[in-house]
Design a protein around this ligand. Structure first.
Ligand SMILES: *Cc1c(COP(=O)(O)O)cnc(C)c1O
Length: 426
């Protein structure tokens, strides 16, 4: 088939994320990807500003990750995890327990971020049931939060951007506190916590857990809030006997300048969700980790087991890639690398504040965000970016980049320049 024919078939039969199948946005065929460059059919090479949605932290086609995948393929790609185990899972579990915030020593492997959120919600409910608190079956989360697209995860996403009305007859009813107004470098005041405290006081007895994205709210608005807020939430959750679930699916593995965003506030949640960059963007894998208290609580009363077990649980190929990716990250001076990306983005994006229509510019770690007054026309923006040989995909009123950590200063400048050009012309 020619590319024209492939694209025609794609248009007619294949759904892309959040798109219409009768009137889809254009998609661009990719031939290969290497380092920070994505090669489109026809040979055009574009600089990747997205890390394929937070994932490809080491860039594409990395020799060490390729080697890990090949070595594991020679042994086995997959075996069931019921009744069997293998080195990649055990080594990865040990490695993760050593780097996540302290206390999170029990791990459940699953296949995607959304599923790891489902698992976390189920853990919280089973825990409280085991404690004799059957009434605790609701969740508290934040407006502008994003936790995935499966039904349980959707029910804790922002009710507006998560389109709750569309599924209102089906979704669970949960509680929502305002997105924290205190920005990353601002203090957290009582007024920022008032609504959370009210909800916990009034409904704590029916709330199993508070689920949030620590410090960076991603897909719900690319907002960076004060670590002091997170610190206070940790205290409030203890006070009102509500578990804290940190969804680090986007923020984990260095993206915010810390290995995990919880470290900005020096807190440990009761449960953590990991995904996205876990395998360096090679293959889908996620994990939900919890404390020994939660784990033994869950298993201390009937049915005595945790009720979940996906077919591809702890897939050996995925675990090997995750192990190799985490080793690769820890084996280099990742902190310095991310700090220099942060400094360069601050320097190059800050001047964009004066462009008419730009409402805010913010940078944290290897995330650079430009917030506009109006919504971006995605199809037009994508075309413009490709003309500049960069791959940047805006959403809502946000133009943002989160490049692979291996990006060189020259390529990063091309991304920030493209953002400035787009802001002036959109
Ligand atoms: C992407 C994301 C998810 C969902 O992960 P999937 O792998 O797409 O299911 C959940 N939470 C956060 C914070 C995310 O960024």
């Amino acid at each position: 088939m020619s590319w024209t024919e492939l694209l025609e078939f794609d248009r007619k039969h294949i759904w892309h994320p959040y798109t219409s199948i009768i009137d889809p946005l254009p998609v661009y065929p990719v031939e290969s990807a290497n380092g920070v460059r994505i090669k489109l059919a026809g040979g055009q090479e574009v600089i990747d500003g997205m890390s394929s949605w937070w994932c490809a932290i080491h860039g594409y086609n990395h020799p060490a990750l390729n080697a890990a995948a090949q070595a594991q393929l020679e042994r086995m790609s997959h075996v069931m995890f019921g009744g069997l185990t293998h080195e990649p899972a055990v080594h990865l579990a040990g490695m993760l327990a050593g780097i996540v915030p302290k206390g999170l020593e029990k791990i459940f492997f699953c296949d995607s971020g959304s599923v790891s959120v489902e698992v976390a919600l189920k853990m919280a409910i089973q825990y409280w049931r085991a404690m004799g608190r059957e009434g605790k079956t609701r969740f508290l989360s934040l407006e502008k939060g994003y936790h995935g697209d499966t039904l349980g995860a959707m029910s804790v996403c922002d009710p507006v951007t998560g389109m709750h009305t569309l599924f209102s007859g089906y979704l669970n009813h949960n509680y929502f506190a305002p997105s924290p107004e205190c920005a990353f470098d601002e203090p957290c005041r009582d007024m920022h916590l008032a609504r959370v405290r009210d909800i916990l006081r009034g409904h704590g007895h029916e709330i199993a857990a508070f689920i949030l994205e620590p410090v960076v709210q991603g897909a719900g608005g690319m907002w960076f809030y004060s670590p002091a807020y997170l610190k206070e939430i940790r205290k409030l959750c203890r006070e009102f006997e509500v578990l804290l679930i940190a969804d680090e699916i986007a923020t984990g593995f260095g993206r915010t300048g810390k290995l995990f965003a919880c470290e900005h506030a020096d807190i440990s949640p009761d449960i953590i969700c990991l995904g996205k960059a876990l395998t360096g963007g090679y293959i889908s894998l996620a994990a939900t980790m919890c404390t020994a208290t939660i784990a033994s609580g869950i298993c201390s009363s009937a049915p005595g087991v945790f009720m979940h077990g996906p077919t591809f649980m702890a897939n050996p190929l995925a675990c090997s890639l995750a192990l190799a990716s985490v080793k690769l990250l820890l084996g280099q001076n990742w902190k310095q690398r991310i700090r220099s990306i942060e400094q360069q983005m601050k320097k190059e994006l800050e001047p964009c504040r004066s462009i008419p229509g730009v409402r805010d510019v913010r940078v944290l770690g290897a995330i650079g965000v430009m917030e506009l007054d109006t919504e971006v026309n995605v199809a037009a923006a994508q075309k413009l970016f490709l003309e500049m040989n960069v791959w940047i995909r805006p959403f809502l009123n946000l133009i943002y980049i989160m490049p692979p950590y291996i990006i060189e200063p020259g390529d990063l400048s091309r991304l920030t320049q493209a953002m400035a050009v787009a802001a002036k012309s959109i």
